[in-house]
Ligand binder design. Structure first.
Ligand code: IMP
Ligand code: MG
Length: 425
């Protein structure tokens, strides 16, 4: 299982791609096309939002019920991959909730209504789609593939939301009811063959001892309960969510749970971020790490590595190991910092606070590290000889994290390419 330990964008796509090769199938179980996973294979760049990254490796790829599915985006992604020479082998759970055009309108309208308190969503309609699931008026993939059922659902939802959007949010629909029906029923015809009971398929795989890769999207600090609510996403980007988002029992998850930790911290959208930095130092880090959103293109906020944050995400997810990503981005920075604790109202705390009014007061207590250089030459050596040749200062940085969290770092990624990765024992 691959889990984002920070605010998303930890570089999960690359790790999923590396592990997909050894897996029999790859499953997504939460989030939607708010995610953005970049996979680079031999100079070919794949940008995925909805499809499990395993599709690039032509593996059996599954979308579990916990995913909110935009069939318009699904079509774009499948067609795009076809152009890049990839045929997808995809199964979709019939229970998946669909993102409908009005969900995008609500997502945008609500953000505008919140004014300066807006969440900074990706505007993909993911939140409103999950809200419909909870309020039991959602439309599911199973409805998409049956014209009668689809029409019935749209007959209720379209006028209901048109009214709400126009009267309350002041947003006009630029699509008619018939247009939505036609577009979605055509998509249903196209994807009909992909229907599979993902719960049954994954359980059978596990029972036969096959290798299943669970691909988490977003990061744990964006969890709907445990993240920096309300500046969070609408799903649970945690390991436990795989049980409900696919339909498997907790004791079946006996394998590796890999926490993906970027060597520093970034966040897109609003909300607390105690170790955030600004000015030239931040610009340099942002540019070196190309920290601009895959989904929205927004400049990401950047900061130092934060251990109170990671202590919480380890507690919530039970990492059996950590993969550090983007270590190369820190190359050339003279002094590096890791926040080991916070001071909140004069008290030293090691755990991430449960509420934003506390987190906003948190002053990070930093440990300083000497910088290191990881340029082309050093990376070439690393690829050939592995961890032992890594700069001593970089080793100190990594070993501090391991010691403080008491979880082994097993993988270190130091570039976008697949082989810019080393295994550490
Ligand atoms: P939503 O998921 O589009 O509703 O956005 C809610 C918050 O989660 C916003 O701050 C987004 O920027 C953030 N978010 C959602 N998906 C991702 C992701 O894949 N990576 C990073 N941030 C994300
Ligand atoms: Mg991303």
């Amino acid at each position: 299982m691959i889990i984002g330990s920070q605010f998303g964008d930890e570089g999960k796509g690359k790790l999923v791609d590396c592990l997909a090769e050894q897996s029999d199938c790859v499953v997504r179980y939460q989030g939607g096309n708010n995610a953005g996973h970049t996979v680079v294979v031999k100079n070919q760049v794949f940008k995925l939002h909805l499809l499990p990254s395993g599709v690039v490796r032509k593996k059996r790829s599954l979308i579990g019920t916990g995913v909110s599915l935009d069939p318009r985006v699904l079509k774009q992604e499948i067609d795009g991959l076809k152009k890049q020479g990839i045929e997808v082998n995809l199964g979709i759970d019939p229970r998946c909730q669909l993102i409908m055009p009005w969900h995008n309108v609500i997502d945008i309208g609500k953000e505008e209504a919140l004014k300066e308190k807006n969440i900074g969503t990706t505007r993909r309609g993911v939140g409103p789609c999950y809200a419909d699931r909870a309020s039991r008026i959602g439309i599911r993939f199973d409805d998409l593939i049956d014209e009668k059922r689809l029409r019935e659902k749209i007959d209720f939802n379209y006028p209901y939301y048109k009214n709400l959007c126009e009267k309350i949010l002041g947003k006009k629909f630029d699509f008619t009811q018939e247009e939505v029906f036609k577009q979605y029923s055509a998509l249903g015809k196209e994807f009909k063959e992909m229907l599979t009971d993902v719960s049954i398929e994954v359980n059978e795989c596990l029972d036969k001892g096959k290798k299943v890769l669970f691909e988490g999207a977003q990061g744990t600090l964006l969890d709907n309960d445990f993240g920096t609510y309300p500046f969070v996403t609408s799903s649970h980007p945690t390991s436990g969510a795989a049980t409900t988002g696919i339909g498997i029992a907790p004791q079946k998850l006996s394998g590796r749970i890999i926490g993906i930790v970027k060597a520093y911290t970034t966040r897109v959208g609003s909300g607390p971020f105690p170790s955030e930095i600004s000015g030239e130092e931040a610009d340099a880090l942002r540019n070196a790490g190309n920290e601009f959103g895959t989904t929205t293109g927004r400049a990401r906020r950047v900061g130092w590595l934060d251990l109170p944050m990671l202590r919480m995400t380890h507690r919530l997810n039970g990492f059996t190991e950590i993969a550090i990503t983007k270590l190369d981005v820190l190359s050339g920075i003279k002094k590096l910092f890791i926040a080991d604790s916070y001071t909140i109202e004069g008290k030293k705390v090691f755990e991430f606070p449960y509420a934003n009014h506390l987190t906003e007061k948190a002053k990070p207590n930093y440990t300083e590290f000497k910088g290191f250089v990881l340029d082309t030459l050093e990376r070439k050596e690393l690829k050939e000889k592995g961890y032992s040749v890594l700069d001593e200062n970089a080793k100190k940085y990594l070993e501090f994290i391991e010691k403080k969290l008491n979880v082994p770092i097993k993988t270190v990624s130091f570039g976008a390419e697949r082989d810019d990765t080393l295994t550490k024992d």
